[in-house]
Write a protein that binds this ligand. Structure first.
Ligand code: FAD
Ligand code: NAD
Length: 471
């Protein structure tokens, strides 16, 4: 049995773990990085990267279908599903070297390939190796929840782990769950030529601004995605070739394939946290404000395993918080009011900070809502992409949150992510000079509306009358 003594042992080489390892080793710490499966974790192999690559292919098919509206004759969009999947794999392959064992060994990490489990409060075992570390960082991610629905276990179903390696296009894909995964995959498959039905117990994109979500869902409906909402799946049956899902209100939905996308849970089961003295619950490892385990002070948690949201950029943000403390010995506290998110449907739905309903609860009448529609944005009009809006949530002259739904919303959100994170005043957004014509001008327009009542009100009018009488 080999024994390694190190400063930092990072468990999991996904978005969070790789960020901690890269930061720590380049700052001079001795780092052991442990990965049981593929380097790069969920985001690279079965999450963000393949999903966005698939969405890009689907977007091209849709552009071809709509080409005539732009005066371009392109013929019918013919989708070669095998080629689409090959492109998805190629995109993963292009990014993979950045997350590879070779790169991290090159940076100076000792990379161990195997599943880590605690054998004591300051020791983990990986196969035949024992790693004793000053600090451990749990970065083990999450996995798809497979709900306890009778019959589900006896039909073939897909999750995010298998949907990107399908051999052939599903004739009729049933998507269980109308969250971001369900909606992104539903639209992509529909555009690639499948029939698609989304089954959602409550409201699709239920965490998002309802008006913004409705714009996305309306687009999916227009493209032919069917929805069975308002009742959860209670039974699943084999339907000869295909699958039958029975809903709580008796409706029956039938399709050829089933994708389960009803949420994710932290992947902690291989770690033997009890042996490590690390307290945990269903939401993840129990941590304080600095992502440090409340029961074992040698242990920090980042990313999906921390149970505080599931985004690659959140995992990277967590990594920075942990590196500050565990590597640099400085204090750090987590903020959660400035974390952005984007659902990569078309149109995209981007959010930073609270949605209007949440901000109203927190700030009551102190909240001002500013809005600009893309219908009045010249870039949107010229591009033929006028659906959507920008909504700014303002408290005491500062932006506390924003919703954007529309073309390129995720890119336009960058300015507002900065505004919320740096607590920038609305006046700065209203005063910035932006190139014309851009979608981002809608942000400036919404911010400018903050001053409309004052600028065009009676006091300014009186002042202007006075000035204009001067010689
Ligand atoms: C379909 C889909 C699309 C997504 N799209 C987006 C998106 O567009 N934008 C976005 O921000 N987020 C997106 N996400 C979420 C994003 O993928 C995750 O939030 C992110 O990957 C979390 O990073 P992580 O480091 O916490 O975990 P992961 O990236 O999952 O890495 C954890 C790693 O730990 C390893 N591991 C687990 N247990 C052990 C052990 N005991 N020993 C050793 N290794 C272990 C795993 O094998 C894995 O490689 C998407 C997710 C899915 C499923
Ligand atoms: N673009 C992105 O950033 C992106 C994309 C995909 C995923 N993600 C991350 O992954 C996480 C997980 O996504 P998700 O879509 O799997 O989960 P989710 O929790 O966001 O949504 C799951 C949906 O399934 C529904 N549901 C649950 N049980 C059901 C049942 N029995 N029948 C019908 N509906 C049921 C829920 O009501 C919910 O709306 C997201 O929260 C997000 O953090 C991010």
């Amino acid at each position: 049995m080999e024994r390694i003594d190190t400063d930092i042992c990072v468990i999991g080489a996904g978005s969070g773990g790789l960020s901690v390892a890269a930061g720590a080793v380049q700052m001079g710490a001795r780092v052991v990085l442990v990965e049981g499966d593929h380097m790069g974790g969920d985001c690279l192999n079965t999450g963000c990267v393949p999903s966005k690559a698939l969405i890009a292919c689907a977007g091209v098919a849709e552009t071809v279908r709509g080409a005539a509206e732009y005066g371009v004759r392109a013929g019918a969009a013919e989708v070669d599903f095998a080629a689409v999947m090959a492109r998805v794999r190629a995109v993963i392959g292009t990014i993979a070297p950045v997350d590879s064992q070779e790169r991290f060994e090159g940076l100076g990490c000792r990379v161990l390939r195997g599943w880590a489990r605690f054998s004591g409060p300051r020791e983990v075992v990986v196969g035949e190796v024992t790693v004793r570390a000053r600090r451990f960082v749990i970065a083990t991610g999450s996995r798809a929840v497979v709900p306890d629905i009778p019959g589900l276990g006896s039909v073939p179903y897909m999750t995010n782990e298998t949907v990107f390696s399908q051999g052939a296009r599903p004739a009729h894909l049933l998507v269980l769950g109308g969250g971001p995964i369900g909606i992104e995959m539903a639209q992509a498959h529909r555009r690639l030529g499948s029939e698609v039905t989304v089954i959602e117990a409550g409201r699709c994109l239920g965490r998002e601004d309802p008006a913004a979500a409705e714009i996305v869902l309306e687009r999916l409906r227009a493209e032919g995605v069917a929805f069975a909402t308002g009742a959860g799946a209670v039974r699943v049956r084999d339907a000869g070739p295909g699958v039958e899902v029975v809903l709580a209100d008796g409706r029956i939905v039938t399709g050829s394939h089933l994708l389960v996308a009803v949420g994710r849970k932290p992947a902690l089961e291989r770690l033997d946290l009890v042996a490590g003295g690390v307290e945990f619950g269903a939401a993840g490892v129990t941590v304080g404000a600095g992502l440090r385990s409340v029961s074992n002070r040698r242990v920090y948690v980042v990313g999906d395993a921390a149970g505080q949201g599931q985004f690659t950029h959140l995992a990277a943000y967590h990594a920075g918080i942990v590196v500050r403390q565990a590597v640099l010995g400085l204090p750090a506290r987590l903020r959660s009011d400035h974390i952005p998110r984007v659902t990569f449907s078309e149109p995209e739905l981007a959010q930073v900070g609270p949605i209007e309903e949440e901000a109203r609860k927190a700030h009551g009448d102190g909240l001002q809502v500013l809005r600009a529609d893309f219908a009045h944005n010249d870039r949107a009009v010229t591009a033929g992409q006028t659906e959507g809006f920008v909504k700014l949530l303002v408290v005491k002259g500062r932006v506390v949150g924003a919703t954007i739904v529309g073309a390129g919303a995720g890119e336009v959100l960058a300015a507002l992510a900065l505004a919320v994170s740096a607590r920038i005043k609305v006046s700065a957004l209203a005063g910035v000079v932006l190139p014309y014509p851009t979608f981002a001008e809608a942000v400036k327009r919404a911010a400018g509306s903050y001053y409309t009542p004052t600028l065009f009100g009676p006091r300014i009018r009186a002042w202007v009358r006075f000035v204009q009488r001067l010689p």
